[in-house]
Ligand binder design. Structure first.
Ligand code: NAD
Length: 299
C-alpha cells in the first residue's frame, strides 16, 4: 500500500480518492472547498491544510482539477509543488486539460527527475464511484509501471498512450469522435422518426448494421428507447453539455497546434456551443437531439 496525496475532490476527485482509501492506501487530501475535504475525512482520509502539506512525503501525488491553469498553478513555478517534491515522487494529473500544459508540466518534472504522467479519464461520475474509469496515460514507461499500481484501484482500463501530453491527446481524439457519432446518431434517428419509423426499431436495425456505434448501443439519445439512458430521464447527466464543450475546445486546440484541419470536430464544437448557449449546458450531451429537432422546426 502507498502513501498518496490527492488534490481536487470534486464530482470526480471525491469518489476517486474514496476508492483509494477503500483500497487501503494512506491518503491525504486537499481541496479549496472545506466541505469536499470533510467528506473525504468521513471516508477515512487525512485532510491537509494545503496542497504542499498533502504532497510532502507522499509516494504518489494525484490531482483532479478543473483546467490547465489550475494544474499549472499547482505544479509549476517557485511556489509550485514540483519545486518542493522529492525526486522519488510519482505525479499523476488525472484532470482533462490542454495537451500543451501537460507537456509543460511533464518537461518541468523531468528536469527535476520527478516522474510525471498526464492520466485523464474516460467515464463520468458513475464510473469514478464504481472504480471503472479508463485512464489514458502520457509519460515514460517507468512512470507508467508505477502509475498503474495506483490507477488500477480507480479504474479498469489503463492505457499507455505515449510521452507526456499523449494522454490528453488521446482523450481529445476520443471525445471529439464521441461528439461526432452522438450527433450523427441523433440525426439518423430523427430522420427515421420523421419518416414514420419507430426509433426503437430503427435502433435495432442500425445496431445490427454498419451504423452501429457506442452512442446507439449503450447511450441511445432518443427518449424511451433505453430506460436507463439520460434521454429517458429528461436528459439528466450523465455527461454534461458544458463538459463536452470544454473537451471539444481542447480537441480543437490540439488540431490547431498540429496544423490539422478537422471539419467534423469543428462542426460538432459549433453545434454543442450553440446548444450550450441556448441554456442547455447542464443537460446530458445526448440532448443535442433536441437541438436537431428544433432546428428542423419541431420543438
Ligand atoms: P469539479 O468542479 O466538481 O471539481 C474540481 C475540484 O477542484 C473542486 O472541488 C475545486 O474546489 C477543486 N479545486 C480547484 N482548484 C483547486 C486548487 N488550486 N487546489 C485544490 N483544489 C482545487 O470538477 P469535476 O467534475 O470533478 O472534474 C474534474 C476534472 O475531471 C476536470 O478536468 C474535468 O474535465 C474532468 N472530467 C470530468 C468528468 C465528469 O463527468 N465530471 C468526466 C471526465 C473528466
Amino acid at each position: 500500500m502507498a502513501t498518496v496525496a490527492f488534490i481536487g475532490l470534486g464530482n470526480m476527485g471525491g469518489p476517486m480518492a474514496t476508492n483509494l482509501v477503500k483500497a487501503g492506501h494512506q491518503v491525504t487530501v486537499f481541496d479549496l472547498s472545506a466541505a469536499a475535504c470533510e467528506q473525504l475525512r468521513a471516508a477515512g482520509a487525512a485532510v491537509a491544510e494545503s496542497a504542499l502539506a498533502a504532497a510532502t512525503g507522499a509516494e504518489y501525488v494525484l490531482s483532479m482539477l478543473p483546467a490547465g491553469k489550475h494544474v499549472a498553478a499547482t505544479y509549476l513555478g517557485e511556489d509550485g509543488l514540483l519545486a518542493r517534491l522529492d525526486p522519488s515522487t510519482t505525479v499523476l494529473d488525472c484532470s482533462t486539460i490542454d495537451a500543451a500544459t501537460a507537456r509543460r508540466v511533464g518537461e518541468a518534472a523531468s528536469a527535476l527527475g520527478i516522474g510525471f504522467m498526464d492520466t485523464p479519464v474516460s467515464g463520468g461520475v458513475a464510473a469514478a464511484a464504481a472504480g471503472t474509469l479508463a485512464f489514458m496515460c502520457g509519460g515514460s514507461a517507468a512512470t507508467f509501471d508505477k502509475a498503474r499500481l495506483i490507477l488500477a484501484d480507480m479504474g479498469k482500463n489503463i492505457f499507455h498512450a505515449g510521452p507526456a501530453g499523449a494522454g490528453q491527446v488521446a482523450k481529445g481524439c476520443n471525445n471529439m469522435l464521441l461528439a461526432i457519432h452522438m450527433i450523427g446518431t441523433c440525426e439518423a434517428l430523427e430522420m427515421g422518426a420523421r419518416n414514420g419509423l419507430d426509433p426503437a426499431v430503427l435502433s435495432e436495425i442500425m445496431l445490427a448494421s454498419s451504423g452501429r456505434n457506442w452512442s446507439l448501443e449503450v447511450y441511445n439519445p432518443y427518449p424511451g428507447v433505453m430506460p436507463n439512458a439520460p434521454a429517458s430521464n429528461a436528459y439528466k447527466p450523465g455527461f454534461m453539455v458544458d463538459l463536452m464543450v470544454k473537451d471539444l475546445g481542447l480537441a480543437l486546440e490540439i488540431a490547431e497546434q498540429s496544423d490539422f484541419d478537422n471539419p467534423m470536430g469543428q462542426l460538432a464544437q459549433a453545434l454543442y456551443s450553440q446548444h450550450q448557449q441556448a441554456g442547455n449546458g447542464q443537460l446530458d450531451f445526448s440532448s443535442i437531439l433536441r437541438k436537431l429537432q428544433g432546428a428542423a422546426g419541431q420543438s
